[in-house]
Design a protein around this ligand. Structure first.
Ligand SMILES: Cc1cc2nc3c(=O)[nH]c(=O)nc-3n(C[C@H](O)[C@H](O)[C@H](O)COP(=O)(O)O)c2cc1C
Length: 335
């Protein structure tokens, strides 16, 4: 059975990757992931804000990055609030490289053009095989319209691509007016893969304490369908490889993601809940499923139920909405 895939210039033994998260913070966990067959390690994101805080100006100046602008903002978390600062991030990257044989994918989170992008070169020099650009942002300025936000994103990706040679994946949110258009723009801007989607962690209102609380819930499979729909649409429209991130917990979730058009399948919540060995059992059950149905490779599965290939493409589109709303019965057995 050929489970191998090519993703971000890497030949991976199978499509299941641990996604960006604290899973790569400890070398013990990183080694356990490699032992469980992880074909690559994805590090958590280093944030633009971390790279524009004053304490880093010296660091960057000594690295010869004159374009760096040291803007500190009182709105930002304190440097000590971050798990890994920039220097420790590079150190951790080097340590992971030394500890395991599999390639390391680093991650930067940022949305505005700026000197922080230069840090990607240090990440490249420290041995990352690829970089994920995590675009998590909450645009709240009414003066910046959607077209401006999207143009800035494409400029950012172009700039980043001009600075480094390693492949760049872009991790998107699902909240664009036209995801298809953004995906085309990103492909044209040189992105080497898209990751669908980032999970936005929504704050909760505590009605008794009158506080807005930050909460981080791990996902479940209910987050999958949104991703499947866009995998199915984009894999039919574009050549750029797609990875899924969000809601993959069971073997059937993996199969659905591959059928919808994913090249790589990222896992976080299930690995945080069940430990690295979950990767091993998911890989084994994926292989079993494929063998039982006489597939010979995951490539055969990829996109087999996407917008172009599936028997009823309208299921992914607007017609589906109309059918569902008009077809709903409280008691389906009653005609
Ligand atoms: C504790 C935690 C930390 C995370 N940190 C990052 C991060 O630094 N960068 C990033 O792009 N995504 C981060 N994520 C999001 C995951 O990479 C992933 O997109 C999300 O959890 C959905 O996948 P899942 O359903 O398999 O958990 C984090 C998720 C969790 C739970």
């Amino acid at each position: 059975m050929d489970l191998s895939v090519e993703y971000l210039g890497l030949k991976l033994a199978h499509p299941l990757l641990p996604g960006a998260s604290p899973l790569a913070d400890e070398l013990g966990t990183v080694r356990a992931l490699e032992d469980a067959g992880a074909p690559a390690i994805v590090m958590r994101s280093l944030f633009e804000e971390q790279l524009t805080q004053e304490q880093l100006s010296t660091f960057m100046a000594t690295e010869g990055h004159q374009s760096f602008s040291a803007e500190a903002s009182s709105m930002l978390p304190e440097p000590s609030d971050y798990r890994l600062g920039p220097d420790r991030y590079l150190e951790q990257l080097r340590k992971i490289r030394a500890a395991v044989k599999v390639p390391v994918i680093a991650s930067l989170n940022g949305t505005t053009p700026g000197g922080w992008i230069d840090f990607a070169r240090l990440i490249e020099q420290a041995g990352a095989s690829a970089l994920e650009l995590n675009l998590y942002a909450v645009p709240t300025d009414p003066a910046r319209d959607g077209a401006t936000v999207e143009k800035d994103t494409l400029d950012l990706v172009r700039t980043l691509k001009g600075r480094i040679k390693i492949p760049v994946a872009v991790k998107l949110s699902p909240f664009y007016t036209s995801i298809s258009s953004v995906a085309r723009g990103l492909e044209e801007a040189g992105a080497d893969a898209l990751v669908l989607f980032n999970r936005l962690f929504e704050p909760e209102i505590d009605v008794d304490a009158l506080e807005v609380r930050r909460v981080l819930h791990l996902s479940d499979s209910s987050e999958l369908p949104l991703r499947l729909r866009w995998l199915a649409i984009l894999s039919a429209q574009r050549k750029i490889p797609l990875a899924i991130s969000g809601g993959v917990h069971e073997t059937v979730d993996i199969i659905r993601a591959l059928m919808a058009g994913a090249t790589a399948v990222q896992l976080v919540s299930t690995l945080l809940r069940n430990g690295p060995s979950r990767l091993l059992s998911l890989r084994a059950s994926l292989e079993r499923w494929l063998v039982e149905r006489e597939y010979t490779s995951v490539r055969q599965l990829r996109g087999s139920m996407n917008l172009k290939a599936c028997p009823d493409p309208s299921a992914y589109e607007r017609a589906n909405y109309i059918h569902l709303l008009h077809g709903w019965r409280e008691h389906p057995s009653v005609p």
